[in-house]
Write a protein that binds this ligand. Structure first.
Ligand code: NAD
Length: 476
């Protein structure tokens, strides 16, 4: 089973709209307003040439601004041969709801370039990225106050660096030009903690979700991540960092699936060692101590406590949903479960932590990076030393009053001022915990008829966007 049509009768954008409609029924809002919230405000499709020594290639690309109720629009850029308009529209819509859920003051946006990164050299990728940026500039689809891209599938800090450099070439006098894109390397105005932010958010969100004894009891699980068995699909940015944080918290990563093979070890896999093996051999298969699965998709069907799809959309569909044997699915990727599969999984009692909440760590820390760029100062720089001096003063006073010395290691730890990474991690944890509590409150409220976490998350997002429209009014 491989084609989209066999996986679901809905396109990706239709799936997002379906989830939207399911939640919208509970809002009591005017249908016209709901239609406005649901639709994509601007869709920009472009084609541009890439010149090789002996030929040309026409590259197809998109930028979609789903909602202008808050500006700038915000959302990653995806490089994949599967990129199409429907996919970019779906991802842009998810960004609007994601930002609303975690209280990040942006409208949703998304970009996509229909290329396979594996078939292009670094030099070609740089030319494509710079040309794509120029196409965005031409139509005012990029800028610190209008639309701010970030990394997504197939892109990372390197592409963001090329984007900011191209933008600065066109706007050399714009003071805030670095805020035109997030996910940049730290020396180019990026922020510490952005690379791992999405995976870290997946970890914080799941940690919060598994901390409620009554919710876990219904799944036949105990609270906490320690000892839980985990399967991860995709060892890219989001999958690797999720795996690393889960592993460090004592969860057991029993299987990892990649596009060219999946590995299994019931005693647990160390994500760093698997990553190193992949870097040196080009694949995760044949990792020492693991079994290579015959069919790479088999990994999704292994019995485990937590399944983390962290690759692409439509991975759990009507063809394999009945074989899924996990208790919790953490949607690290966007749209990994089709609507048909979700129905099957919910009827089996599987807990699904929805993408629009769970992978919002990336946009949350992108928001922090944007704020850093606008304020032109590193977080922690102003107060770190002041805090350290104050904490050390208090600890010295405690020692004097008690007549006992605090161990040097402990004193150093307690006496530290917060640096940028500390503040980013704490801001992200607070964001993920608070958002989960909001979603859980709606989900567990017996009076509203909302029976799953995705519908609860959509309900909250729709109400927040509707409130913005209500207060702003519609111009003219
Ligand atoms: P990435 O390109 O860094 O990694 C994706 C990984 O998935 C790669 O290792 C790739 O080889 C693997 N893969 C591809 N097809 C596969 C398959 N069929 N089976 C198993 N593995 C497969 O991308 P990423 O940034 O980690 O994004 C992954 C998902 O997370 C996407 O859905 C993306 O939209 C979502 N997401 C990313 C971010 C971010 O900050 N990067 C934020 C939010 C959501």
């Amino acid at each position: 089973m491989s084609s989209s049509a066999e996986k679901s009768k809905y396109s990706f954008f239709e799936s997002v709209s379906l989830y939207f409609d399911k939640a919208a029924k509970h809002t009591g809002l005017d249908q016209g307003l709901l239609d406005q919230i649901k639709s994509c405000n601007s869709v920009y499709k472009m084609q541009f040439p890439l010149q090789y020594e002996d030929r040309y290639e026409v590259i197809e690309a998109y930028r979609v601004q789903h909602s202008h109720h808050k500006l700038p629009c915000k959302g990653g850029i995806r490089y994949s041969s599967k990129v199409n308009q429907d996919e970019v529209m779906a991802l842009a819509a998810l960004m609007t709801y994601k930002c609303a859920i975690v209280d990040v003051p942006f409208g949703g946006g998304k970009g996509g370039v229909s290329i396979s990164t594996k078939d292009h050299t670094k030099e070609q990728l740089e030319r494509i990225t710079r040309r794509y940026t120029v196409e965005l500039i031409k139509k005012n689809f990029i800028g610190p106050g209008t639309d701010v891209p970030a990394p997504d599938y197939g892109t990372g800090a390197q592409e963001m660096s090329w984007i900011v450099d191209t933008y600065r070439t066109f706007y050399p006098n714009e003071l805030n030009s670095h805020a035109c894109v997030t996910g940049k390397p730290v020396v180019q105005g990026g922020i510490r903690g952005r690379t791992e932010a999405t995976g870290l958010g997946v970890f914080y969100g799941t940690k919060e979700a598994v901390s409620y004894a009554d919710d876990m009891e219904k799944l036949g699980l105990t609270t906490g991540l320690e000892g839980k068995t985990v399967v991860i699909q995709g060892l890219g940015n989001v999958g690797y960092w999720s795996a690393k944080f889960f592993h460090e918290a004592g969860a057991k990563i029993i299987s990892i699936a990649e596009y060219n093979g999946s590995i299994y070890n019931p005693d647990g896999l160390d994500p760093d060692a698997v990553h190193e093996h992949r870097v040196s051999t080009g694949s995760i298969v044949d990792f020492p101590g693991s079994t290579t699965l015959e069919d790479r998709y088999e990994a999704l069907e292994i019995e485990c406590d937590i399944l983390i799809p962290a690759a692409l959309e439509q991975q759990i569909h009507m063809g394999n949903a009945n074989n899924i044997k996990t208790k919790i699915i953490c949607e690290a990727a966007n749209g990994p479960i089709t609507p048909e599969a979700e129905e099957i999984l919910l009827s089996k009692g599987v807990m699904i932590l929805p993408d629009m909440y769970l992978n919002a760590g990336g946009v949350t820390v992108s928001y922090f990076e944007w704020l850093k760029n606008l304020s032109h100062v590193r977080f922690g720089r102003i107060q770190k030393r002041f805090e350290e001096n104050a904490y050390k003063g208090i600890l010295n006073e405690v020692e004097k009053l008690t007549g006992r010395n605090i161990e040097a290691d402990k004193k150093n730890l307690l006496g530290r001022g917060a640096d940028e990474q500390d503040l980013v991690y704490s801001g992200l944890e607070e964001t993920m915990v608070k958002a989960y509590q909001d979603i859980r409150e709606v989900w567990r409220d017996d009076s509203n008829g909302i029976a799953d976490l995705r519908t609860a998350a959509f309900y909250i997002a729709i109400m927040k966007v509707a409130k913005a429209y209500d207060q702003l009014g519609i111009f003219p």
